[in-house]
Design a protein around this ligand. Structure first.
Ligand SMILES: CC(C)(COP(=O)(O)OP(=O)(O)OC[C@H]1O[C@@H](n2cnc3c(N)ncnc32)[C@H](O)[C@@H]1OP(=O)(O)O)[C@@H](O)C(=O)NCCC(=O)NCCS
Length: 109
């Protein structure tokens, strides 16, 4: 993630394939520099990745893997149109799997 006004690197956001209970799922992940939190950057980037995943990769479903106590990350997923699909143990820790399906986006447009 690069700040358009200055060209500065301020974080990362992108798509990665994750193994969720034996199945490959495309995850949207994000990290923003702490001094720039709460300005909408993660939400903007996550939405762009969601739209790319559906329109270019033709993914049927996109997920975000989130530790339940990570409120900011949960808000980003919710603002990205995702809801909790299931709760799992991932990397030895409890995680909420947020998901959105291709048809949910099409229906909204
Ligand atoms: C999660 C993260 C990427 C959010 O980045 P961000 O650019 O601040 O997110 P946004 O500005 O788009 O905000 C999204 C929502 O989260 C809320 N939020 C952001 N930081 C918050 C905080 N510290 N406490 C409470 N809410 C917070 C915002 O208010 C907004 O919700 P709202 O519209 O209801 O007010 C950032 O907190 C981060 O980098 N965290 C560490 C890395 C991480 O946990 N990544 C996710 C791993 S699953």
């Amino acid at each position: 993630m690069v700040l358009k006004s200055s060209g500065e690197l301020i974080g990362d956001c992108g798509l990665a394939v994750q193994n969720i209970e034996g199945q490959g799922e495309i995850e949207i992940g994000y990290h923003v520099r702490r001094d720039l939190w709460k300005q909408g950057f993660a939400t903007e980037a996550a939405r762009a990745c969601r739209d790319y995943g559906f329109s270019q990769l033709k993914a049927p479903r996109l997920i975000s893997l989130i530790r339940p106590e990570n409120i900011p990350s949960r808000r980003v997923a919710e603002k990205n149109g995702m809801t909790i699909w299931k709760e799992i143990i991932w990397a030895n820790l409890p995680h909420s799997v947020y998901a959105i399906h291709q048809n949910e986006i099409t229906a909204r447009r």
